[in-house]
Design a protein around this ligand. Structure first.
Ligand code: NAP
Length: 517
């Protein structure tokens, strides 16, 4: 079967911009999920633009050795397109990417997909009641715009003095060079987050030496991955109720971890004990144990799951520096503690720009206000999805729509339900727009801030990518149970939207649109 990879740039016909009901930006989990649901609901007027030459988002970009989900596979997949054939309890990256490709192919999304098409700018046209969208591959007009551009897609490259002078291969984890062989090379890796703990065990034995620069120690708990037997997979295939039960159990288990994020006892101590026992069981050397002990509250940063990270750090060729990499001079790289090492390859496992998403600098709403300016103090949205002054714009994976304790797919699906409700409303009220009031957005943000204030993400004494560096607000995570996000935000309600009808606009043309100049 043909895979939706490396397709040619999609040619657009010359002339007026094609008008679609919905334009989706991004073909990762969120954009694909949105497209699948639209297609299933019989809403065929939509296009998905994707800047890369293939689909899969994070699971296309991250090809480093060991890349895998740390949410159980049965839960880390669409509830409406489950997969009984996952080979392991935690799926590896290539298998997740293949799943998403199959979703595109079998879900009928190929005709809607425009690869190699990057959003350059989107501007709300109040007179026409649509978004005018300029891309690297033509222009579009859309009644509604769904931003599904991901929150972990822009690599964060640290400003380390001398970085340019490093002569050997130097790359970010999400830009892993195809076919690179680290056998016999001296490797340095800076950062010890979710990506690094997956990579380090894979390369520790291959490399001639590995230096790990750790600015803050992560909490790492057992992963307990295992292969599903052929018999189990057959059972999941023939008994969807068992697959559903496995999914449900994984969801409940993850939810049970939330009280610890509020600092609730004994939950917090119990969870922390899982980490302590894991470390003590895997690392004998007391000095190394101390070096691997975080100095902040359990859960403040993302809790990592690995069975081979700590053992990798005990290997003879591996050195753990308990301070950041601060300077580079040719092959010589130095940590803040003054120690330096000669290395051949440098890996930046330094995370992503999450709080300031680049697409916000390309979206202009009413009164020519840039979304990035609306968000100059950190991202906000009503229902984590709609922003005042940006009519018919829906953002998936944006403000407070991620989770620190459960599956991102649950959040994406909740937001999709909300958006479908909004689209139904728009279809029932031709000539109107959906612009949430500023008061509703502010009230929602206040309630999120109040809930966030009690969580370890703000009280735990760490800095993480969940918190906006400008306002110190928790702007990435939903500060509650995954279930409460669905209860609160899963159903569209028109009440908080501006009731004023769009002036002088009749029932709209549904075929083409001539952009304003
Ligand atoms: P990350 O969690 O943000 O970790 C970045 C690491 O780089 C941290 O250890 C950080 O140290 C360090 N760092 C950043 N800037 C630095 C600087 N200037 N100097 C020294 N150290 C610096 O990034 P990630 O590991 O790529 O993971 C990002 C997210 O992607 C995860 O939280 C997760 O949601 C997702 N992810 C998921 C999976 C999975 O499902 N298995 C796998 C990979 C990634 P500090 O902690 O001191 O800031």
């Amino acid at each position: 079967m043909t895979e939706p990879r490396e397709g040619p740039p999609s040619a657009l016909p010359a002339g007026p911009a094609p008008l679609v009901d919905v334009l989706i930006v991004g073909a990762g989990f969120a954009g694909i999920g949105m497209g699948l649901r639209l297609e299933r609901e019989g809403r065929h007027s939509f296009t998905i633009i994707e800047r890369a030459g293939s689909v899969g988002g994070t699971w296309r970009d991250n090809t480093y050795p060991g890349v895998a989900s740390d949410i159980p596979s049965h839960l880390y997949s669409f509830s409406f397109r489950q997969n009984p054939r996952w080979s392991t309890r935690f799926a590896a990256g290539p298998e997740i990417r293949a799943y998403l490709e199959q979703c595109v192919l079998k879900g009928g999304l190929l005709p809607h997909l425009r690869l190699n098409t990057e959003l350059l700018q989107a501007e709300w046209n109040q007179d026409e009641g649509c978004w005018e969208v300029e891309t690297t591959n033509g222009v579009y007009a859309a009644r509604s715009l769904v931003a599904a551009a991901g929150r972990l897609s822009e690599p964060k490259i640290p400003a380390i003095p001398g970085l340019d002078s490093f002569p050997g291969p130097l790359f970010h984890t999400s830009r892993w060079p195809e076919g690179i062989d680290l056998e016999g090379l001296r490797v340095g890796i800076t950062g010890t987050g979710a990506s690094a703990v997956q990579i380090i065990p894979q390369i520790a034995e291959k490399a001639a030496g590995l230096v790990v620069f750790q600015r803050s120690a992560p909490y790492v708990v057992p992963r307990l991955n295992r292969r599903y037997s052929v018999r189990e997979r057959e059972l999941f295939e023939s008994r969807p109720d068992l697959l559903e039960a496995s999914r449900d159990q994984a969801f409940r288990q993850a939810e049970a971890g939330f009280p610890s994020r509020l600092g609730t006892e004994p939950d917090l101590s119990d969870q922390r004990a899982r980490w302590r026992n894991h470390l003590d069981a895997q690392v004998e050397d007391p000095a190394l144990r101390l070096a691997l002990t975080p100095d902040y509250v359990f859960g403040c940063k993302r809790i990592l799951v690995s069975d081979d990270y700590y053992p990798a750090l005990t290997l003879p060729g591996v050195t753990l520096e308990t301070s950041a990499l601060v300077s580079i001079e040719g092959r010589r790289v130095a940590a803040r503690n003054g120690r330096s090492h000669d290395i051949d390859v440098l890996i930046l496992a330094t995370g992503f720009h999450s709080t300031q998403q680049p697409f916000a600098g390309r979206v202009t709403g009413r009164g020519r206000v840039l979304l990035a300016d609306h968000w100059s103090n950190g991202m906000t949205a009503f229902a984590s999805t709609v922003v005042s002054g940006f009519p018919n714009l829906f953002i998936i994976d944006g403000p407070n729509a991620s989770l620190g304790h459960n599956s991102a797919i649950h959040m994406i699906e909740t937001q999709i339900d909300y958006i479908l409700g909004a689209l139904d409303h728009l279809a029932r009220h031709p000539g109107t727009d959906l612009d949430v009031t500023a008061e509703a957005e502010a009230a929602y943000s206040r309630s999120v801030d109040e809930a966030a204030a009690r969580t370890v993400w703000l009280t735990g004494g760490c800095r993480s990518w969940y918190v906006d560096e400008r306002s110190n607000r928790l702007t990435l995570l939903w500060p509650g149970l995954a279930e409460s996000f669905r209860t609160q935000n899963g159903i569209f309600d028109p009440a908080p939207f501006d009731p004023a009808p769009a002036p002088g606009r009749g029932e709209a043309d549904t075929t083409t649109h001539t952009p304003h100049t």
